[in-house]
Write a protein that binds this ligand. Structure first.
Ligand SMILES: Cc1cc2nc3c(=O)[nH]c(=O)nc-3n(C[C@H](O)[C@H](O)[C@H](O)COP(=O)(O)OP(=O)(O)OC[C@H]3O[C@@H](n4cnc5c(N)ncnc54)[C@H](O)[C@@H]3O)c2cc1C
Length: 563
């Protein structure tokens, strides 16, 4: 039975310690933390895991240097601690990266003052990264010629962390960890309603993919619905001390703007004196973000958003060809769920960008609901631990926290993987220019599951072939995803388990003859339906995709090795 079907089966008429609503970072980390400490947990999301806010971040693991502008020293101190902890736990998935800030003479801060701030940030961050640098105009011209230094008086470089793959894959790694210690989880399952009956909740759930409705029971509920937490609490009649307001942020993905050797985040002040960034994403650059007050969680990138960012970039960078809308490969748009006090008015009189980015965890002991308000990817381990404490306080016994529910495998396991990969000359299976060695990629993305991939490639070397030319994915990764990554729709794979939709031009995807095989491996007999869904109708499937070769016969042993 496919992974999702097995989990739906467990959910139907199931009974759990905790039902978690929402599979963004907060729900995923909660599932990993509770299941890792022995609780029986069910996790649902009405879309794919991480399909809402958690796929729209800047992919940064950071202490929030810019929050020092608002004198939020305690928040920065806490976030830096979380950043350091996360970077230590995910050495292969989170890389330290320089933030290279060129400061305009008309900007709000002189370089020496910004350098003092960066030094303070480094100290508050307990020296968790390499030290900051003060940059002269000459440094900047030499190190990043793409920056327009006409009115730049100097700059600074400070350091934080970046997720090498993407935010949604990081979120999924927590879902995967939860599954591995017995959690039940399913994407495309919506909470329709929930009622308290005696000492437990009865939740009506709907499989969004098929329309089937069923019920499940749980002693406690964790409301991790991100921008939708207030809506659910209202439905359950809960009154809370906090509530959510929304700040919209967008990013544009464009061809790489920086010079190749310069793997850094560029930071600039925009015309409103707000910091924005050019963030590396493989062979692409991601420009963003914006910070606009909105009244609904459902937002999209507008023409004005795009014009604004393009204008800001063209004024601050010396590009051979100025950026235009034609260069945009993809956009990302989401709302930050920001926490404010209930009863604090409608917040119309506050400076939006100055609202705190802290999170709050609140528990209703009578109804036995824990709600997570706000939060950041960076702070996820704290959220996992805080929610576990609250769930324990509701009478669900948990095992001692050995801190083994998160993080990458032990160093010795990593060493053994690289030894085996060297023995079978894994890196020589591919000679694509400008791509990282296969051993690094497989280890980072799959951890322990990468051992089974080696075995599978050993059984059938066809498993080490690239399927989609420009997308850089091996056949074995697709077979592994089909077994273990709960890919329900093609978009789940293209946008979230991988970042193909973000970094590959739409035209190239439409010309991809390998996409048919991708769909066949992931969905078997359902491939045509999923392709039609992805392209918006059967008659919309591009001819090149339709005519692509069928999945080749692969040795049974090679596929079984991944099961
Ligand atoms: C533009 C932008 C940039 C950011 N950059 C960074 C950054 O660089 N670093 C960082 O640390 N943080 C960053 N953040 C913050 C971070 O991304 C968010 O705080 C975080 O992703 C919120 O996660 P969440 O789990 O609370 O919400 P979500 O990811 O929105 O998850 C909530 C989920 O609940 C589900 N749900 C709701 N109602 C139901 C229901 N009835 N039934 C089933 N499911 C339901 C939704 O479908 C949704 O998937 C950024 C945010 C934005 C918007």
């Amino acid at each position: 039975m496919a992974l999702r079907e097995t989990h739906l089966d467990r959910m139907r008429d199931g009974s759990f310690d905790t039902l978690i609503i929402g599979g963004g970072i907060n729900g995923a980390v909660t599932a990993a933390s509770l299941a890792g400490r022995g609780a029986s947990v069910a996790l649902i999301d009405r879309g794919d895991f991480a399909h809402f806010t958690s796929q729209a971040s800047s992919n940064l693991v950071w202490g929030g240097f810019k929050y020092l502008e608002n004198y939020e020293f305690y928040l920065v101190w806490k976030l830096c601690r979380s950043r350091n902890r996360l970077m230590r736990a995910y050495k292969d998935n989170i890389a330290e990266i320089g933030f290279y800030a060129a400061l305009d003479e008309k900007g709000p801060y002189r370089p020496w003052f910004a350098a003092l701030g960066a030094l303070g940030y480094w100290i508050i961050g307990r020296f968790g990264t390499r030290p900051p640098r003060l940059l002269s105009q000459e440094n900047i011209e030499r190190e990043e010629p793409a920056i327009n230094t006409a009115s730049v008086g100097g700059g600074i470089e400070y350091r934080d962390g970046i997720l090498i793959d993407n935010d949604s894959r990081f979120v999924f790694s927590f879902v995967r960890s939860a599954l591995e210690v017995g959690a039940t989880a399913a994407n495309y399952v919506e909470l329709v309603s929930a009622e308290r009956h005696g000492d437990h909740w009865v939740a009506s759930l709907r499989d969004v993919d098929t329309g089937e409705e069923f019920t499940t029971r749980a002693k406690t509920i964790v409301n991790a619905a991100g921008p939708f937490v207030d809506e659910l609490n209202r439905e359950w009649g809960l009154s809370t001390k906090h509530r959510i307001v929304y700040s919209k942020g967008i990013h544009l993905v464009v061809p790489r703007l920086t010079t190749k050797r310069h793997h850094k985040v560029l930071a600039f002040f925009d015309d409103t004196q707000r910091l924005f960034y050019v963030i590396p994403m493989g062979r692409r650059s991601v420009i963003g973000t914006t910070d606009t007050r909105v009244d609904t969680p459902y937002t999209e990138t507008t023409h004005e958003d795009i014009e604004f960012l393009i204008e800001q970039i063209n004024a601050r960078m010396d590009l051979d060809d100025p950026l235009t809308t034609r260069d945009i490969i993809a956009d990302r748009c989401g709302v930050r769920p920001l926490v404010v006090a209930t009863g604090g008015g409608d917040q119309t009189d506050v400076d939006w960008t100055k609202l705190s980015r802290k999170h709050a965890v609140e528990t209703d002991h009578r109804q036995r609901v824990v709600t997570i308000f706000g939060g950041k990817l960076t702070d996820c381990l704290n959220v996992g631990e805080e929610v576990a404490d609250e769930i324990e306080s509701l009478g669900v016994p948990l095992e001692k926290d050995l801190h083994n529910w998160y993080g990458e495998p032990a160093r010795a396991t990593r060493k053994e993987f690289y030894r085996q990969a060297r023995l079978m000359k894994l890196d020589s299976f591919r000679d694509k220019p400008e791509t990282e060695p296969l051993s690094d990629r497989l280890w980072r993305r799959y951890g322990r599951r990468a051992f089974a991939m080696l075995e599978s490639i050993h059984e059938d070397p066809a498993m080490a072939e690239d399927i989609m030319g420009s997308a850089d994915y091996l056949r074995v990764e697709l077979h592994s995803a089909a077994h273990s990554e709960m890919v329900t729709k093609l978009e789940d794979f293209m946008r979230r388990r991988s970042k193909i939709d973000l970094v590959v031009h739409d035209d190239d995807i439409r010309q991809s003859t390998g996409l048919r095989e991708v769909a066949e491996i992931l969905f078997g007999d359902d491939a045509d339906r999923r392709l039609a869904e992805y392209f918006g109708g059967d008659d919309q499937i591009p001819p090149a995709v339709k005519a692509g070769p069928h999945a080749p016969q692969i040795s049974r042993h090679a596929v079984d090795a991944l099961a």
